[in-house]
Every structure is written in structure tokens, then in C-alpha cells.
Write a protein that binds this ligand. Structure first.
Ligand code: HEC
Ligand code: HEC
Length: 369
């Protein structure tokens, strides 16, 4: 009997010891959250993709990574909140604003939707590439972005990253045998990260509200109602707030294209006009059309529109409401195909404009209940 007690005692001791071993280290509140090095919940391929996404050794000269223009805390847009991000050669820049990469995993390739008579899908503001993989190659080789001059140059940079072990683990011992294949592996990994839960987290106050875990305040609720009301904001016509799509989740874009009459940005390095989808397709009937972006995280992604012409959400909503009032806004950069049916003179008071902006601020991921 004594032996049994002793055994029991030893087991209890062992058990409590093991339990201690598994205790999480205490979270130190004085250490800021390090989003870049948080790999929680990511697969090996997504981790590799995240490392590549943050790796400033992949540009020529070194110094610029994808995250230089698509930063986590800024809703995956430019952390400097500039309309025109500088490339690694910092005298060079493009004439379009860096869009968010979040929720782009839900986009299809560009196609013409005959039911709604509009183009849909595609990547970039004008839909000129058809997948995240194909997209990721562009900035690596673009002289006004990461400025590599050839695939071979990217390949030799990949051979020298500090985490080649991940390439071998995922793609096998031949991971670096063929330069084209290695670059393709990198593009697949970057895209896997872009499709990961960390980039598509549905963790905003609005999501918590939908899940019954948070309340919207009175102003936010008014904003949501105005946003959806076809006789008021009518925003949901292009930025649907419900999950009525093939994924069953609210994406705040239908990935369609429109010319909403955005004015030229005088700060643009290009004199314009930027015909968007029309110039990509060589089709004047869609001149001035740009892709409807998601409004998720829009509270932290200023400036707004393809050329970053507006700096605040109040201004944006005011533009939708009062675009057609004489003298308030500069004329559209592209005067053809401007949508005059769904926006431009909305019946919204100043208070209602602010209410919609307040609602848009509930779409920022990382909401703490
Ligand atoms: C110098 C800034 C800069 C860097 C570096 C950069 N991007 Fe971008 N990115 C942009 C701009 C600007 C656009 C929009 C260009 C356009 O539409 O013509 C864009 C567009 C995108 C899009 C399309 C989003 C959409 O709405 O269709 C994705 C995805 C993306 N970038 C991912 C990446 C990845 C991956 C990297 C690294 C390999 C990267 N970017 C590096 C500025 C940058
Ligand atoms: C007819 C379709 C349509 C309607 C209706 C519409 N939008 Fe948009 N929205 C777009 C398009 C297209 C763009 C991108 C235009 C561009 O950059 O040239 C855009 C861009 C935006 C942006 C900028 C996002 C960014 O990342 O730069 C915000 C904010 C926005 N819309 C909010 C609203 C609000 C609020 C309403 C309702 C008052 C609304 N939209 C109604 C089509 C629409």
C-alpha cells in the first residue's frame, strides 16, 4: 500500500512538473508586438513567403522589400502614406498609389462579366496581371520598384538568403537546381503568405459585430445603414457589405471596374491622363475605369484612390456625395465613361458623411474586444 502511495506521489510530482514545462512564457507588456516576426498559425510555405515578403536583400541595390510599400500596420499599404511610393532607386517612383494586398486572394483573373456588363477581377488597379504569383514577379523586376534586371539576378539573391533551409524543406534537395524553378518557388511562397490567415484575418470591429462579439456605436450603426441604403450612400452597390458572394464573406468589393471621376493628382510624376483599364486593354469604352478596391482596413490606408488624390475618408465620402456640385472638386482626370448614375450627387448631410466615414473606420483588422 505504501508503495502505491509513493508511486501516486511521484506521478503527481511528475505531472505538475510537465505542466509547468508547458506553461506559456509570460507576455511582457513593455515589449511592442512584433508583427513581422509573428509566425503564429502559418504553414512552412507561408512562413517562407512572409520572410521573402520582408526581405530587403531581394532588391538591387539591397534596401527594399515588398513590405516597404505594403506594411502590415498600414493595412498592407505604404507606411509613409505617400501617394507615390519611391523605388529602391529613390529618385524613381510610379504614378499609382500602393493598394492593399489584403483580401486579394479572393480575386479571380480578369474576365468580362456579361450579366453585369463589366470587367471583373485581375490584379493591379487596371487588372493587368491574372494571379498573385504573376503579380509578385513584377515589382522584383520593375526599375521603379525593386529594380532587379533579370531572373538570374533574383535567383542569385535567393541562393544567399539566410533561410535556404526552408526552401529545401518545402521543395526538396533540388530547390536550387534550376534558376527558373527557384524563382517560381519564391513567387508561390510569397503568394501563399498573401493568401494566409494573417493577411486575410477578418478581425475588424465590424467582423466582431457580425459575430455578436462587439457592438457598433450609434454613429457607426447610422453609417452602416447609410452605406447600404440605395437612396443614400449606395456604397454597397460596388463595395458589398454582405457575404453574398461565392466565398460567403463580406469583402467590400465586387472586383468590378468603374470610372468614378477621380481628379488628376497634381503631385503625380505623370502628367496623365491615366486611362486605367482602357489603356491596358486598348479599349476606349472602358477608359478611366479602375478596379473597385476592398474597403477593409481603409481607416489606416490613406491616401485614397488609384492616384492617392484624397487624404481623408471624410473627403472621399464628400466627393461621392458632392462631386457634381460646381466648383467643389477638380474635374475628372478622364472625362469619358464617368459614372453619373450611382454617385456624384447623393442626398447626404455633413453629419451623414461623417457617419459613413465613422463606419469605414470599423473595418480595420486587429480589433481588440
Ligand atoms: C515601391 C513600392 C512597391 C514595392 C516595393 C512593391 N509594391 Fe506591390 N504595389 C505597388 C503599387 C504602386 C501597386 C499598384 C500598381 C498599379 O496598379 O499599377 C502595387 C500593387 C500590388 C498588388 C496588387 C494589389 C491589387 O489590388 O491588385 C500586389 C498583390 C502587390 N503589389 C504585391 C507586392 C509584392 C508581393 C511585392 C514584393 C515582391 C511588392 N508588391 C512590392 C507598390 C509596391
Ligand atoms: C459605382 C461603383 C462605386 C460606388 C457606388 C462606390 N464606390 Fe467606392 N470605389 C469605386 C472605385 C472604382 C474605386 C477606385 C477608383 C479609383 O481609384 O479611380 C473606389 C474607391 C473607394 C475608396 C478608396 C479606397 C482606396 O483604397 O483607395 C473608398 C474609401 C471608397 N471607394 C468608399 C466608397 C463609399 C463610402 C461609397 C459610398 C458613398 C462608395 N465608395 C461607392 C467604386 C464605387
Amino acid at each position: 500500500m505504501k508503495k502505491l502511495y509513493l508511486l501516486l506521489f511521484l506521478f503527481t510530482l511528475l505531472f505538475s512538473f510537465c505542466k509547468k514545462e508547458h506553461l506559456e512564457p509570460p507576455v511582457r507588456s513593455d515589449e511592442p508586438y512584433d508583427a513581422e516576426h509573428d509566425y503564429a498559425g502559418l504553414s512552412e510555405m507561408e512562413i517562407l513567403g512572409k520572410k521573402l515578403f520582408f526581405d530587403a536583400s531581394l532588391s538591387s541595390p539591397v534596401g527594399q522589400s515588398c513590405s516597404s510599400c505594403h506594411s502590415i500596420k498600414d493595412g498592407f499599404t505604404d507606411p509613409g502614406h505617400t501617394a507615390f511610393s519611391k523605388g529602391v532607386i529613390n529618385t524613381l517612383m510610379g504614378s499609382r498609389s500602393a493598394p492593399s494586398i489584403a483580401y486579394m486572394k479572393y480575386s479571380s483573373a480578369l474576365y468580362y462579366n456579361t450579366v453585369d456588363s463589366t470587367y471583373m477581377g485581375g490584379f493591379f488597379w487596371d487588372g493587368h496581371v491574372n494571379s498573385l504569383e504573376a503579380q509578385a514577379m513584377k515589382p522584383l523586376l520593375n526599375p521603379i520598384e525593386m529594380n532587379n534586371t533579370s531572373l538570374t539576378q533574383i535567383y542569385s539573391k535567393l541562393q544567399n538568403v539566410s533561410y535556404t533551409d526552408l526552401f529545401y524543406k518545402i521543395y526538396g534537395s533540388g530547390a536550387f537546381d534550376d534558376s527558373t524553378a527557384t524563382v517560381q518557388f519564391a513567387l508561390s511562397a510569397i503568394s501563399a503568405y498573401e493568401r494566409s490567415k494573417q493577411v486575410n484575418s477578418f478581425s475588424s470591429k465590424f467582423d466582431a459585430y457580425l459575430n455578436g462579439e462587439a457592438q457598433l456605436n450609434a454613429q457607426e450603426l447610422r453609417g452602416l445603414a447609410l452605406f447600404n441604403d440605395t437612396a443614400k450612400g449606395n456604397c454597397a452597390a460596388c463595395h458589398p457589405s454582405d457575404g453574398d458572394n461565392s466565398f460567403g464573406v463580406p469583402l467590400f468589393t465586387d472586383f468590378s471596374y468603374d470610372n468614378i471621376g477621380v481628379p488628376h493628382n497634381p503631385a503625380s510624376p505623370s502628367p496623365g491622363p491615366d486611362y486605367g483599364l482602357g489603356s491596358y486593354l486598348g479599349n476606349p469604352s472602358v477608359n478611366g475605369q479602375f478596379k473597385v478596391p476592398t474597403l477593409r482596413n481603409v481607416g489606416v490606408t490613406a491616401p485614397y484612390f488609384h492616384n492617392g488624390v484624397f487624404n481623408t475618408l471624410d473627403e472621399v465620402v464628400k466627393f461621392y456625395a458632392r462631386r457634381d456640385s460646381v466648383g467643389l472638386f477638380a474635374p475628372p482626370e478622364v472625362n469619358q465613361n464617368v459614372n453619373k448614375d450611382e454617385l456624384g450627387k447623393l442626398n447626404l448631410s455633413d453629419q451623414e458623411i461623417q457617419d459613413i466615414a465613422a463606419f469605414l473606420n470599423t473595418l480595420t483588422d486587429g480589433y481588440k474586444k
